[in-house]
Design a protein. Structure first.
Length: 483
């Protein structure tokens, strides 16, 4: 049963809900102070009433004790007037009066029970020994004892003790009545607070329910509708974030469609030209001379090369994006060696383009990287820097590091990238300014591959560019792989 309960509490959606928490908080805030107030009020009434009672009984007892001292009641004991007075007073307090002489003998008991007996209670002893008025409260039997010394006025000697036991039933029953009333009031408060807590927990959370409904409505398929939940800043923020996410999903969806369309288009273009070339050869039949054949076949071969390049790029992209076999293998590498190898490989292309390559190693950097993938990424950057450069241009590659990252920059003196294209260059098949891309060979896949490889290293890539002056790509790669 206990296990069942605890499982219920652990699993229950209710317990973990904000609504339940708001309900409980309001409930506790409403009920605890009223309970404390009730307790304090009853307590303070009780102690005040007791103090009053004690002082009343004490002063009455003091008057009587003085009277006894004056009349020699302690030795004579036959004063009917005083007897009467004592009985009246004890009736008044619904209690008992004992008059004790200096030998601790009870010489008068208004109950007539203990007359002649001796009493040696500690209060009587200490009162006899000179302590002034004493009082003692018996909470169990609901009475209080007040002892007052009977003092000879002329000598100041203590001749006996006057003891009054008064009932505190009256106070107790008052306290009980108060307790009762306070409990009733508290139950009413509790009911009210419960109602308020329930209503508050409902209304306060309504906007969140709206958010859930709004998100639910989009679950089936994300339409373009925008849902506003303006009630709270928080719900507004959630909805903003949600719309942002929705936007991203639209983008991803669009870019997937665009990707498929682009892939088919890119793959179809070389095929279409091959088809045209082949068709014209077929139609030409025997009249086509060997020279034309050769020329057309060369064109077909170059289209095949192009097709091959696109397919290779797509494949390396898939590899970088990672499937089981292509899972990254991080190892410690000297990045300077890696960069120098890349530059060596690209030198012939750079020479051909009339571009000079520079390498600057600011510090020795060893980092845990997947060499193949990172090389591919940097290679694409340097290739682009050469391709989109000018006659007699330069490309500078630098290697540096801070405490946690290797920093590689690839700068060029090339044509630059317009501001508005900067965030699109990593898209698959995106090719910059149509006028250059016509002249400069490319598939639009290079930077997408580069970025994926860098993200796989949990790094970052950033481009800064001034059109006509050049571009700098900055790549940051963590020195230690986290996976
Ligand atoms: P590709 O080079 O095959 O066209 P990329 O993905 O490598 O494809 O580059 C995308 C586009 O970004 C290029 O078409 C080009 O317009 C632009 N770009 C990339 N690198 C540079 C650079 N260093 N200088 C100027 N433009 C660049």
């Amino acid at each position: 049963m206990k296990a069942l309960l605890s499982r219920f509490f652990y699993n229950s959606r209710l317990i973990h809900s904000l609504r339940f928490r708001i309900f409980m908080i309001v409930l506790l805030i409403g009920i605890i102070p009223s309970a404390i107030m009730r307790f304090m009020m009853v307590r303070s009434y009780e102690s005040r009433a007791m103090t009053q009672k004690i002082s009343e009984v004490t002063s009455q007892a003091a008057i009587l004790a003085a009277h006894l001292a004056r009349t020699d009641y302690l030795t004579q004991r036959d004063d009917i007037v005083i007897d009467d007075e004592l009985t009246q007073t004890s009736n008044l307090y619904d209690g008992r009066i004992l008059v004790i002489d200096s030998s601790y003998r009870i010489i008068k008991d208004t109950y007539n029970k203990s007359q002649g007996k001796y009493i040696v209670s500690s209060e009587v002893i200490s009162c006899m020994n000179g302590s002034r008025n004493m009082s003692n409260l018996d909470d169990v039997n609901n009475y209080l004892d007040v002892t007052v010394p009977i003092t000879d006025e002329s000598t100041g000697d203590i001749k006996g003790v006057f003891l009054v036991s008064a009932t505190t039933d009256g106070i107790k029953s008052n306290v009980q009545l108060m307790q009762h009333r306070a409990a009733t009031i508290q139950v009413i408060i509790a009911l009210l607070v419960t109602l308020i807590a329930y209503a508050l927990s409902r209304t306060l959370l309504r906007p969140f329910n709206k958010v859930i409904k709004a998100v639910d409505s989009v679950k089936e398929g994300f339409g373009a509708e925008s849902i506003e939940v303006p009630d709270y800043t928080e719900t507004k923020d959630i909805m903003d974030a949600f719309h942002h996410l929705l936007g991203r999903m639209h983008e991803v969806d669009d870019s997937r469609e665009e990707f498929v369309a682009n892939v088919s288009h890119e793959l179809k273009t070389p095929l279409a030209s091959m088809k045209v070339l082949a068709d014209s050869l077929i139609q030409g039949g025997d009249s086509v001379d060997a020279e034309t054949y050769r020329e057309f076949l060369l064109d077909i071969a170059s289209e095949v090369d192009r097709e091959n390049k696109i397919i290779n790029d797509l494949l390396s992209q898939v590899k970088v994006e990672g499937n089981e076999e292509a899972a990254p293998s991080f190892e410690m590498h000297d990045l300077s060696d890696m960069l120098q190898t890349i530059l060596k490989t690209l030198t012939p292309i750079a020479d051909e383009a009339g571009v000079e390559l520079f390498f600057e190693e600011k510090t020795v950097v060893n980092a845990e990287v997947d060499e193949v993938k990172l090389s591919l990424a940097i290679m694409n950057l340097v290739e682009n820097a050469i391709k989109y450069n000018k006659e007699d241009g330069w490309v500078r590659v630098t290697l540096d590091s801070d405490t946690a990252f290797a920093i590689i920059t690839v700068s060029d003196s090339g044509i630059g990238i317009p501001e508005e294209s900067l965030n699109r260059i990593y898209d698959r098949f995106y090719r910059g300014d149509k006028s250059h891309s016509q002249e400069i060979d490319g598939t639009g896949l290079g930077l997408s591959i580069t970025r994926n490889a860098i993200l796989m290293h949990r790094g970052a890539i950033k481009a800064a560019s001034i059109v006509g002056e050049g571009t700098t790509f900055t790549v940051k790669i963590p020195l230690r792989a986290e996976i």
